[in-house]
Ligand binder design. Sequence first.
Ligand code: HAS
Length: 550
Amino acid sequence: MIAAQDRKIAIWNIGVAYIAFLIGTLCGLLQVFIRNDALQLPAWLDYYQILTAHGVLLALIYTAFFIFGFFVTGMSKTLGTFGPKVWLFSWIGFWVTLIGTVMATVMIVIGEASVLYTFYAPLKASGWYYVGLALYVVGTWISSFALIGHYLVWRKKHKGEMSPLFAFMTIATLVLWLIACLGVVATVLFQYIPWAFGWTDTINVELSRSLFWYFGHPLVYFWLLPAYMAWYLIVPKLLGVKVFSDSLARLSFVLFILFSIPVGFHHQLTEPGISNFWKFLQVVLTFMVIVPSLMTAFSMFATFETSGRKKGAKGLFGWFKMLPWKDVRFTSIFIAMAFFIPGGAGGIINASFQLNEVVHNTLWIVGHFHITVGTPVAMTFMGMTFWLIPYLTGRQFTKSMQTLGFVQIITWTIGMLLMSTAQHILGLLGAPRRTAYSAYNNHPSALEWFDGIVTSHVTMAIGGSILFLSAMILIYIVVMTMFLSPKAVKPEDIIEFPLAESDRESSPKFLENWKIWIGIAFALIFIAYAIPLSSMIQHAPPGSEGFKTW
Ligand code: HAS
């Protein structure tokens, strides 16, 4: 077990993550009913307020705090107990992130920031909302630098050695995060805050959106990579084998640093003001960022196959039966992976320049992110929660908890299948996103959207309710394993951190030469963004004043 002082940081991070998860999923439940016209909100509560809270609390807050909880635990386990400076900065990072989170959440709750998690200008929230967001980012930076410091100390002491795979992957994810945040920091500090406090009258909308998406796309890999860490490092351990290839795993993370950032325009393909050439260039780079996910899929199948063969499996798919289905830690992650097959395929559709015309800003995209971040990432985090909290608290993950864990992941799977399939179909039929329920003056086309069996109001509501039930079961498991389950005393009750071995010394040293990768990443960012961004500044259209539409 890791040192108590490091465990405490991890537990607090995970605790905050699950408070955000609880409120965020409740907002999700309300949303499904409102969007189906089955619920009328009281006058003091607004649909967009709930939608903003849902997006911010689940996509930004739950993920970030959980990820840091996981990183702190794994870095302490693989590189040793934190020194006093790393410990101090991890706490400072945690508190600053939390203060930012609370500020932003309060602004949403009091109705001063119903601008959704993408906070597109010219919608204008209270200036304090943007200050909250800025503090959130600064806090995560402080936590990131603390972990990077811990890694540098280890490297100094282990000159010439490859770092453990967990540490390498953590640093790669943090490097990606630090570079990605530059965009959002620039727009929040230099555009939104002066505008929202009235120091400037107008905002350059195109520039603000482009800087947001410079950040917004790598943001999704900041969520995905910790899930991939579990796929690469935890799954083989549960299967009783080593990591399939240490160098393949490292290379795939390096490719994410290179290609996940200069691609933000694929979220703006329908926007005027950016020439087709730059959009096309970023579409090509988007197709490059698919490669490391395909490498990951390959590596997973190889891991399943190796473990199956080891257990005597025969034939092409014999390994399938040999997988440890009764272990909820594994089954949860396997379902998460399976969801990512259609999730990733949907991403490829979105990224295809012409097809994007069909799906952009429709409910299809909402379906897409529920089967990327909402299941592959979230369900991997759920599967990790089952052992991570008991590992940190020294409590048991009892048999009844294991059974409840299965109920939880199965209900999540059913709920998500119903809801996301409906969203994909509704999107193809033309139903828009980012809007509250509207029948468009009872226009026949709009009414037809909800005529299908899967797309009916009833099915959607059932899907959403099942998801909420599942979330509540998870909260129950979290509370039990955090505070109430019996302490693990007998060796068989003690929960370990299931970390697979990897042949790190077989990997080429240049994979850990960060200067090369960060240098290439900046060169690609420069190529993809320098000219279009400078032209947005030089040929800036008249800016927009702010609008409060709620
Ligand atoms: Fe996306 C919009 C393109 C991946 C999240 N995406 C979004 C939004 C979110 C999001 C939140 O190009 C909405 C933003 C908003 O509010 O406007 N996305 C992609 C592409 C990928 C992709 C090309 N997205 C993700 C991931 C996300 C995420 C991951 C969260 C974690 N996305 C887009 C585009 C848009 C977009 C456009 C803008 C649309 C618009 O017009 O607004 C790729 O990274 C996907 C590559 C993935 C694969 C899948 C590999 C499969 C694996 C599983 C193997 C399974 C195994 C199990 C081993 C190629 C690794 C075996 C199981 C058996 C059953 C046999």
